[in-house]
Design a protein around this ligand. Sequence first.
Ligand code: NAD
Length: 423
Amino acid sequence: MKTLSFLNDHKDSAWNIFITQVERVLPHLGELEYWANTLMRPKRALIVDIPLEMDDGSVKHFEGYRVQHNLSRGPGKGGVRYHPDVTLEEVMALSAWMTVKCAALNLPFGGAKGGIRVNPASLTTKELERLTRRYTSEIGLIIGPQQDIPAPDVGTNAQVMAWMMDTYSMNVGATTTGVVTGKPVHLGGSLGRVKATGRGVYVTGLRAAERLGMSIHNARIGVQGFGNVGSVAAQLFASKGAKIIAVQDHSATLVNENGIDVDALIAWQQRNGEIRGFSDAGQLESEAFWTLSYEIVIPAALEGQITAARAEQLSCQLILEGANGPTVPQADDILHERGITVLPDVICNAGGVTVSYFEWVQDFSSFYWSEEEIYQKLDAIILRAFDDVWQKSEQLGVPLRTAAYAIACERILSARVDRGIYP
Ligand code: NAD
């Protein structure tokens, strides 16, 4: 399990989850299996120290990372996470999932990810800006529109991307919009980017439900994580007549058997920064989220949430992985045996990176598309990838995750073989 000397041996660590997922696809790779070791280690990992002058004049140090897992198919692509639990190992796994996701969608990118171990809510806006600018300068050695293009992830947003873009531009002496995606629209951001990941969860979820013969109308849905991904997915499913009966974030677990008013909850969350205190729903203790009866569950918070124990208990037909890496491999096996379909992250939440790809293309050409064009192109790309994965899963007789990895790894390793080893 331990592919690099400094890693921990915990089987459900994010990196070990990724390694197990790759091991499961090896029998389906034919001669390319020989090259699979390429995937078992990141190409490049940078650890940076970020000294931050706080508003009161004191200085604190934060640890940041940027990992480029694989660049065989193009520049690195992947978000930046600000969270108190961020580790190098987690960022490595997140970067590896980006490699697989970009290849599964056939986008011309490799995989990368970044992060800072910090609770952004504990900083003032000015402190957050200085932290972001110093981090960007430190990782400026390896990012760039042709090298590696960051984007938002947990704890970061369009404002953070604007600061990153400005800092990089100041350092290179020219405005370089294409260095990050997920920027504000007036700074070269793309229409549709904010809702893209949630929309991708929704359109692939609809297609999966259709394939399984499930109706969305009145379907009971549970959503863990009510940020960028979870809230948009919940809103779209509710607009199609589904009942969002439970929502969990870091602060609370809300339940309403008649369906939570998602628009009202979004308004509450935007005002308060959390869902706790919303009056039109009951509150449960957090573990109870996994014991309710659903048709669809959407994990949209952090990795490793669907453990073996929770997989034994879960009552649903379909899991839509809005989050990256929410299901541990042992839970995957249990869910498969129990006949619960898991639509894997590398397809289900790929709407964000797909519209990031559009943003990057638009920035290079300085020519911008309408929101309608963006959604049309997004739906076409993500549904084609979904259909390919569904077909591969039937052809190989394997779960959707292994099928997605088979398609992606074949593309990544073929690129590796054709490029050869330098020197
Ligand atoms: P976000 O910061 O907007 O929201 C995260 C949500 O998770 C918040 O509601 C937070 O309260 C909740 N949360 C955090 N810890 C929790 C816990 N222990 N239990 C329950 N809820 C918890 O982040 P986001 O952008 O919505 O990302 C969510 C997931 O989706 C992450 O796994 C991320 O990597 C993945 N993802 C995001 C994008 C994107 O475009 N933003 C794209 C692909 C995948």
